[in-house]
Design a binder for this molecule. Structure first.
Ligand code: ZN
Length: 156
């Protein structure tokens, strides 16, 4: 029990806790995949910090822990969810991004606009971010077919 507390305490000391919507960057060390890592002396194992965060906030881990924000170093529990299969995960990420895209003022895009951004992949980020009032990462995701995919595969 006492030891477990220590890991949690160590965890919080290395997380930059921000507002609920923002990513909470890991300030400790990282593994080769860019995930934060933390040593749990309790079980003698290196843990991934986002998994520990999920465990602290959401309870026992039942599957893979994924980031809806696509930021491996992020430890914000609001950005973490449990997935059971690769398919399930891809679907959920797409869904959450879409929900966020629709809710947040700065990236309110209709499907037509997304289609247009996709068509204009030879233009600069700046042109498109200015015109649609969105952030470069949104443009990037649209160009790479990663965003709003869900709306096109709903029939599945
Ligand atoms: Zn995040």
């Amino acid at each position: 029990m006492g030891k477990k507390m220590d890991v949690v305490k160590k965890f919080w000391a290395k997380v930059e806790r921000r507002s609920d919507n923002e990513c909470w960057p890991w300030k400790g060390s990282f593994d080769k995949d860019g995930y934060g890592q933390i040593w749990d002396g309790n079980i003698g194992k290196m843990l991934r910090s986002h998994r520990l965060s999920a465990q602290i906030h959401h309870g026992e881990i039942t599957g893979i822990v994924c980031h809806s924000c696509d930021n491996p170093s992020c430890c914000n529990p609001a950005h973490l969810f449990y997935g059971t299969s690769a398919d399930n995960v891809a679907d959920k990420i797409a869904k959450e991004r879409q929900a966020r895209g629709e809710k947040q003022g700065h990236s309110k895009l209709t499907e037509e606009q997304v289609a247009e951004i996709r068509k204009r992949a030879d233009e600069s980020y700046k042109t498109l971010t200015d015109e649609f009032n969105i952030c470069p990462s949104t443009v990037y995701r649209i160009w790479n077919g990663d965003a709003w995919k869900h709306s096109h595969s709903r029939a599945r």
